[in-house]
Every structure is written in structure tokens, then in C-alpha cells.
Design a protein around this ligand. Structure first.
Ligand code: AMP
Length: 544
């Protein structure tokens, strides 16, 4: 028997419509590439999204067409998100940190019709222009006064909006229609496109809003450091208007000092980003011996948050929510906002819990399996391949039958490529990417475990553990450290002593090497592939 309720399609534009109507006091504050600060309300953003949709329609954009963005976090990027998906087109966010070759690949693969870019990226596009499709149109996200002289025929964003009506007849789209496209960073092989739908995006925003209320509420002023050019800034541009939170958009200045100043002047209450960003903010907080005065929560994800970092923020009364997810998951899968029953636990127990990747969001199911695909228990001990299922998770990759065929297991679950355990309370603990695990004498060593401990040494600014081929043990761990300073380098024995409290002796790194900085991927994670290449042929000392 069928239920007798209306079925309305879930549409992304309704989020902004709702935010504009119900949260008139919330605002989007943007550090502009033009150099100043800009403010607008959700009502203004909604009106401008309407004008923009008319402008894009004037350029020939129709439902299903891909419109690309190459931009920092800012109000025009936000308007593009809503205008493009609202009119039924697909917002293809491009990561500017991709190599030129990868960027050309994805623009061609996505068959983008229009590319909207911030002023910062003019030289990049000028350099690539002759290799880009001849019919691709470019819109420069600025006003007439800031339009540069260029050999490329750039259209002006503000001119596209000028004189257009704010009212747009947003179509009643099929909720399963494509709305957003984001390519994975593709450290091996070509990037693969995750194609989000209207429905998956709305559902993810709703789930996120109820999952992390310390960040997402009507009093909040959230600073997304996590970029809009990669996995939709973890869904914040959609969740914030739903709950009435203001968005403080940092533009291109993401160093510790700029973030601290912006947090202070704008009264930021929560901020989301990857661990490398928090290393910068932490150094700034230590240098000033102060914390941004209104900051109540940081959400850390994208890579494992080291326990030392979590403790640092928690000691300043800033709640740390450790989250895990993937591009293919819209992206948030689990989050570490503790339930009230666990908030009262002692500091050490809470820090141990927060070092794990948290518990699943509503709408996301998790399972771990052995090499034969058999399910393993959620007992905190069994470690296996992590699979996920849910309405916000890809069922395949855009225009890529080969990758699509390999994405799901026989039961229809998506293979994350992560290796993890899940405990009886539902806390996920990521041990490694499957390809980064170290196999020594037939036993696994988790690089994340070792990094976590080494990060607590006062002379370690950042570190990574990689596998080095070994004649006797197959692979052994090498610890690569960025020291706090040239004069303050840690000794391997000191780090070993710290590690021995937590891991077995045979798991200790055989050697340590110092570097000035760790190589990062386009999404700000430590590139272990590049590190392994850098240490190719490295001879481990014979430690028996
Ligand atoms: P991306 O699709 O670029 O967001 O990368 C997703 C991958 O990042 C995951 O499969 C994990 O390997 C890794 N990742 C994301 N968040 C975390 C986390 N909190 N801890 C450990 N690894 C993480």
C-alpha cells in the first residue's frame, strides 16, 4: 500500500530560498580577491542568483550543461553554486591546485561550456587558453573596474548580472538530476568525477545540520577554510542557509595570521578545515599566546587529526570535531561531535575518543570486511576494508564505465580504499589508506598510528611515516619529520620511547629523516606517493 503524501522533488535552490526568507539576519562576509571585505545577506544572494541564472541562460546554458568554477571561497562562488544548480545545470568545481595536465583533462572530460574564474587565476587560464576547447566561454568573477587587459576574451561577472531581473522561474527539476560535479584528485591515473544530484545534496545538507549543531546553528558564524573548489566545502554552503548560520569566506588568504585576524574581526564561532590549516593557526595562536576570542569549535577532516593537535585546541576550550569522508560521499561520513553522555568523561578518555574519526552521520552505513569480502565485527579490534552505503554516496563515476564497474561490491556498497576498525559504540578508526599501509613480515603497521604519536613530540612540527622496501621484512616504516626548527630536532630514541607506550617494538620506525616541508596533494593531504618517490632506493639501517 502506498502512502498518501505529496512527493515534491528536493531542489537545492529551495535551501537558499528558505535561508533568504527565514534567516534575514544571517550574512555572507567575503574577503574579496579585489582586496576588500564584502557583505551580503542570503536574501541578496538569492536575488543575485536569480540575475545570474538569467545571465547564464543568455550565454546559452541549458539544463544538464556543465558550468565550471575556478574560485576561492567567496559570495560570487556561492551565488554560482545556487544559480547553476537552480537552473538545472551542473556546477563543476575545479581544484586550482591540480596540475595543468589534470585540469585540461577534467575540463575536456566534463565538456564544460562556461568557466567562471577569480582574478587570481587569469594567468593560469591565459597560459592554458590555446589548449582549451575553442567554444569554452570565460566569465571573470569581478566588476568592470577590475577587468584586466587580456588576450583571452573574458566576460565580466557583474555585467552578466546587470539589468537582469532578480526573479527567476526556477524549474521543477527531477530530484535525481545531476547538480554538481567534483573530480577526485587522482594521485594515480586520471581524476574521476563524482556527480552529485539535487537530492543527494539536499539530503547531505539536512544530515549535516543535525549532526554538528555546535557549528551549525542560527547564532553561528562559520569560516569554511575547506575550499568550495573541492567537495563543496564539505557541504557548508548548503547547510549554513538551512540553519541560518553566517558564512565568513576567507578568499585566498589561508595562512595562520590571516585566519586568526579574520576570526577575531568577524567573531567566528566555528571553522572547518584540513589538519595542515590547523598547524598554521596553532603556530599563530602560540606566537600570540591567545585564541580567537569567539571560536568555539573546529572541525578537522580530510586527513587524520593528530591527537596533539586535538588536545591543543581542547585545552583552549575549543571543541574539536574530527570528521571523516570522501569526495564520493558528498563528502561527510562520520563526525566526532560527542553525545552528551560522553561529554562528561575525563580529558584523556575524551581525547582518545576524539582521535578516532567519530560516528556515522544519519544516512551513511558503514561495514568492514576481510580480503574475501566477509563482514568483520564492530568490536574495535577487527581491522578491515571500509565500505559505505547511503543516499549521499556515488553509484559510479561520471562518464567512466571502467571506474564505475569497480566502484561497488557485490552487495552494492562503495569501497572507500580505507582500512579501519569500528568499535561497539560506532566509533570509526581509520588505520590507513589501503595503499599506504606498511606490511612488515606479513603483519600490518598503521602509519597514522605512528604519526599521531610522533606529532606529540615538542620538536616535531609535522611528520609522515612511509614504507620502504626491505629485503627481509618486505617493508619497514621510515619516519619523515619536519622539525620545529633547525636547532630543535627530535632524536629517534625519544620518539621510540613515546611510541613504545602504544605500539609493539617491531612496529617502530627503523629510521628518521628530516625535510623542510612535506609534499601536499591538490587537496592538502600529505602526498605519500611523492614522499615514497623522494625516498626511492633509501637504504634502511640494519636494525635486526
Ligand atoms: P577526498 O576524496 O580527497 O576527500 O579524500 C578522501 C580520503 O581522505 C579518505 O578516503 C581518507 O583516506 C582520507 N581522510 C579523510 N578524512 C580523514 C580523517 N579524518 N582521518 C583519516 N583519513 C581521512
Amino acid at each position: 500500500m502506498q502512502g498518501m503524501m505529496m512527493t515534491m522533488p528536493m531542489r537545492i535552490i529551495e535551501i537558499l530560498q528558505y535561508g533568504a526568507e527565514l534567516h534575514p539576519g544571517a550574512e555572507i562576509v567575503s574577503v574579496r580577491t579585489e582586496g576588500d571585505i564584502h557583505r551580503e545577506t542570503y536574501a541578496e544572494a538569492y536575488a543575485r542568483a536569480g540575475q545570474l541564472a538569467h545571465g547564464l541562460a543568455g550565454l546559452g546554458i541549458a539544463p544538464g550543461d556543465r558550468v565550471a568554477t575556478l574560485a576561492w571561497n567567496g559570495y560570487r562562488h556561492f551565488e554560482l553554486y545556487y544559480a547553476i544548480s537552480g537552473m538545472g545545470a551542473v556546477c563543476h568545481t575545479i581544484n586550482p591546485r591540480l596540475s595543468a595536465e589534470q585540469m585540461l583533462y577534467i575540463i575536456t572530460h566534463a565538456e564544460d561550456r562556461v568557466l567562471c574564474l577569480d582574478l587570481t587565476f587569469v594567468p593560469l587560464i591565459e597560459a592554458l587558453a590555446d589548449q582549451l576547447p575553442a567554444d569554452l566561454k570565460f566569465v571573470l568573477m569581478t566588476d568592470r573596474a577590475h577587468m584586466p587587459d587580456s588576450a583571452v576574451d573574458f566576460l565580466c561577472y557583474e555585467e552578466l548580472l546587470d539589468g537582469q531581473p532578480a526573479a527567476y522561474d526556477w524549474p521543477m527539476l527531477d530530484e535525481t538530476a545531476a547538480a554538481g560535479l567534483c573530480y577526485t584528485s587522482g594521485t594515480t591515473g586520471n581524476p574521476k568525477g563524482a556527480l552529485f544530484s539535487q537530492r543527494s545534496t539536499v539530503l547531505h545538507a539536512l544530515w549535516l545540520s543535525i549532526a554538528i549543531p555546535k557549528s551549525l546553528n542560527a547564532q553561528a558564524r562559520i569560516l569554511p577554510v575547506v575550499p568550495m573548489f573541492h567537495v563543496n566545502s564539505w557541504g557548508l554552503p548548503y547547510a549554513a542557509p538551512l540553519v541560518g548560520a553566517s558564512l565568513i569566506m576567507p578568499g585566498s588568504k589561508l595562512d595562520g595570521a590571516s585566519l586568526f585576524d579574520l576570526m577575531e574581526t568577524e567573531g567566528v564561532t566555528a571553522s572547518w578545515g584540513v589538519p595542515t590549516v590547523w598547524l598554521g593557526l596553532r603556530a599563530e595562536m602560540e606566537a600570540r599566546n591567545a585564541a580567537p576570542s569567539k571560536l568555539k569549535q573546529v572541525v578537522i577532516g580530510g586527513s587524520a587529526a593528530p591527537r596533539a593537535m586535538i588536545e591543543f585546541f581542547e585545552r583552549q576550550d575549543i571543541d574539536v570535531c574530527h570528521a571523516w569522508g570522501m569526495t564520493e560521499m558528498s563528502p561527510v561520513g562520520t563526525h566526532g561531535q560527542l553525545p552528551p553522555t560522553m561529554e562528561g568523561l575525563d580529558f584523556d578518555t575524551r581525547m582518545a575518543l576524539k582521535s578516532k574519526q567519530g560516528r556515522r552521520m544519519f544516512g551513511v552505513e558503514l561495514k568492514i570486511t576481510d580480503e574475501d569480502g566477509a563482514r568483520l565485527p564492530h568490536d574495535g579490534k577487527a581491522v578491515g576494508n571500509l565500505y559505505v552505503r547511503g543516499n549521499g554516496i556515488v553509484s559510479g563515476y561520471f562518464n567512466n564505465p571502467e571506474a564505475t564497474a569497480a566502484a561497488l561490491d557485490a552487495e552494492g556498497w562503495f569501497g572507500t580504499g580505507d582500512v579501519a576498525s569500528i568499535d561497539a559504540d560506532g566509533f570509526l578508526y581509520i588505520q590507513d589508506r589501503a595503499k599506504d599501509l606498511i606490511k612488515s613480515g606479513g603483519e600490518w603497521i598503521s602509519s597514522i598510528d605512528l604519526e599521531n604519536i610522533a606529532m606529540a613530540h615538542p620538536c616535531v612540527s609535522n611528520c609522515a611515516v612511509i614504507s620502504i622496501p626491505h629485503p627481509k621484512w618486505d617493508e619497514r616504516p621510515l619516519l619523515v619529520v619536519v622539525p620545529k626548527s633547525e636547532s630543535e630536532k627530535p632524536a629517534l630514541e625519544e620518539i621510540h620511547a613515546m611510541m613504545l607506550d602504544h605500539v609493539a617494538k617491531w612496529q617502530l620506525p627503523d629510521a628518521m629523516e628530516f625535510v623542510d616541508a612535506l609534499p601536499l596533494t591538490a587537496t592538502g593531504k600529505v602526498s605519500k606517493l611523492t614522499l615514497r618517490q623522494r625516498f626511492d632506493g633509501y637504504q634502511m639501517p640494519d636494525v635486526g
